[in-house]
Ligand binder design. Sequence first.
Ligand code: NAD
Length: 263
Amino acid sequence: MDLGIKDRVAVVAASSRGLGKAVAEALAAEGAKLALCARNEKTLAATAESIRNRWGVEVLGRALDVTDSEAVKKFVAATFERFGRVDIGVANAGGPPSKGFAETTLEDWRQAFELNFMSTLYLVRELLPHMRKQKWGRIVTITSITVKQPTEGLILSNAIRAAVAGLMKSLANECAADNILFNNVCPGFTATDRLNDVASAQAAAQGVPREEIVGRWTRNIPLGRLGRPEEFGSVVAFLCSERAGYVTGTSTAIDGGVVKGVY
Ligand code: NAD
């Protein structure tokens, strides 16, 4: 299926590796032009170069921290200056630390709120005025299955990512008249560098082989395996596309069936 987004311009945050990079690749495969950001300039430049070479699309890269509202503002302005429009925005960032309520400090809450909620707000605020004028826009947030089913020991993610989903649902209603669609995606266990690092760290801490840790995770996943980043990227690219023109205000799990609830 042609997703109908050739030459559309997409801003993808936190995209030098992992899920953000997979989304960038999927959009580039459809011929979208990209503006990418992440903190590490070298890794980001390598990602931008490999996407340009693989898909032949224009890619702008800017090293920044998504919790820096001024830097996000300049990044979107630079994207607009380079491409003359912005059609698609994908909000993403690193995850908050794993903790139970008793271990969290107020500073943990403030930092997690900045990292996962305010970073989304900073990006959306900059993108909306352009999208409103052109009466076309797609915004997708990358959160977690914790939005649908809280995970033990992840209280920061459980609480703050649900707020992101609430923001998206509200914006979907508020901006529908301008043809700007807002959707949230909830990754389950997906084999990115980060998840691989988590598996190795848990294996070392518990003195068991890495396969044992991955095996414990996959036993609870109906599809019986970790997700592949490209499987995640293709669902997000669809939600960012012309073809998804009647989909807004959703939170979609991309999780191999691991969420046990109906919705
Ligand atoms: P990753 O560590 O592989 O990639 C994260 C990317 O974000 C990197 O490009 C990194 O440079 C960038 N980044 C992190 N913090 C940033 C910041 N403050 N400013 C700018 N860039 C920043 O992680 P991932 O596995 O791709 O996960 C992406 C998001 O999805 C995270 O929030 C994670 O918690 C969430 N998530 C991942 C999984 C999974 O299984 N991979 C499952 C549920 C939720």
